[in-house]
Design a protein around this ligand. Structure first.
Ligand code: UT7
Length: 326
């Protein structure tokens, strides 16, 4: 049977590091509070002039090298991001040009923290339909461009980075076994960036420092995340007939270490089977799952034949889960 298999992974974190201690200088918070409430110790920040497609380029090259694939072989290139280089064209179009993926169609997916899960589901559907055989899927964000460092609600949480996977059609029983997505647009205001789009655009008169700030009702999101992570994970298990005991590694969206811990408990998965790298990356939105997946693979935490579960929850609201036989 034709399955979508991940044959290469890569990631990129920009050079500049902002520690919690650094943040103490910009906003009313402490290193101790951030560690205790989020598990985060530091996050990376893109250099001025760097765009999301520049971060994506490094991760994409890394993943292609890992898969032994040339840019010309890529048939479809998807970038999942809520922080594109510019309003249009898509960052995927910009990346396609920079990478020299001359034979690839390209588009962006805007599904926030569930961007990568939405991208994986899309890639899987194209492969199952027989439309494409070689797909490059990237999650990339420069969240530092959408927040003010003085706003402690968001400055403590988000980080910049990119993660990439190469996905290939193979005749095998391994690969993406199932994908599940959901959304709740009625509650979009829990986490959103209201300004800068078509409804309320910037003018010289209405622009101020906070105009491009992300708004987040953190605790509200926290409660919903824990419940939805567990629900969508169970959906994926039910679709495959597997149980949580069969899962060798759970790679969740790195929203907050306490959300991951609470969701893991609710799901009934042992903490040692859960990948957590938020301490050094912060929450990188659509990039967090592919970065964590790459780091887990590099650390030898995934073996061939393992069942790996991925899951996300975030702005939209959106959520998703997938089970992959590695
Ligand atoms: O990626 C997907 C989308 N994002 C998420 O899923 C994020 C979900 N939410 C969260 O991660 C957490 O809600 C936050 C990290 C945003 C906040 O943590 P919390 O444990 O929910 O804190 P809280 O907002 O309930 O605030 C607890 C206390 C309050 O003080 P009092 O009233 O107990 O005296 C806040 O004023 O902590 C205070 N506080 C802070 N103190 C220092 C809130 N934010 C901060 C801060 N630094 N940054």
């Amino acid at each position: 049977m034709t399955h979508a298999r991940i044959t290469g992974t890569g990631s990129y974190l920009p050079e500049e590091v902002i520690t919690n201690k650094d943040l103490e200088a910009f906003c009313d918070t402490t290193d101790e509070w951030i560690r205790k409430r989020t598990g985060i110790e530091q996050r990376h920040k893109a250099a001025s002039g760097q765009g999301t497609s520049d971060l994506a380029l490094h991760a994409a090259q890394d993943a292609l090298a890992d898969a032994g694939m040339s840019p010309e072989e890529v048939e479809l290139l998807i970038v999942c991001t809520v922080t594109p280089d510019q309003m249009f064209p898509a960052s995927a179009n910009l990346l396609q040009g920079k990478l020299g993926a001359v034979n690839a169609a390209s588009f962006d997916i805007n599904a926030a923290c569930s961007g990568f899960m939405t991208g994986l589901s899309t890639a899987d559907a194209f492969i199952r339909a027989g439309r494409y055989k070689k797909i490059l899927l990237i999650g990339a964000e420069i969240q530092s461009s959408r927040m003010t460092w003085k706003n402690r609600d968001t400055a403590i949480l988000f980080g910049d980075g990119a993660g990439a996977v190469v996905i290939e059609a193979q005749e095998t029983d391994s690969g993406v076994l199932t994908t599940h997505l959901g959304s709740d647009g009625k509650n979009y205001e829990i986490l959103h960036l209201p300004r800068g789009g078509s409804r309320d655009y910037y003018t010289k008169e209405n622009f101020d420092d906070d105009a491009y700030t992300i708004y987040m009702k953190g605790p509200e999101l926290f409660k919903r995340a824990v419940i939805k992570f567990a629900e969508v994970a169970q959906e994926a298990l039910d679709a495959t007939g597997l149980t949580m005991d069969d899962i060798a590694l759970f790679v969740p969206h790195q929203a907050n270490a306490r959300i991951i811990e609470a969701a893991g408990e609710r799901m009934g998965i042992a903490p040692e089977k859960v990948m957590v790298n938020i301490q050094h990356t912060g929450n990188t939105t659509a990039a967090s799952i592919p970065i964590a997946l790459h780091e887990a693979k590099e650390a030898g935490r995934i073996k061939e034949g393992d069942y790996v579960m991925l899951a996300s929850f975030g702005a939209g609201l959106t959520w998703g889960a997938s089970i992959i036989k590695w």
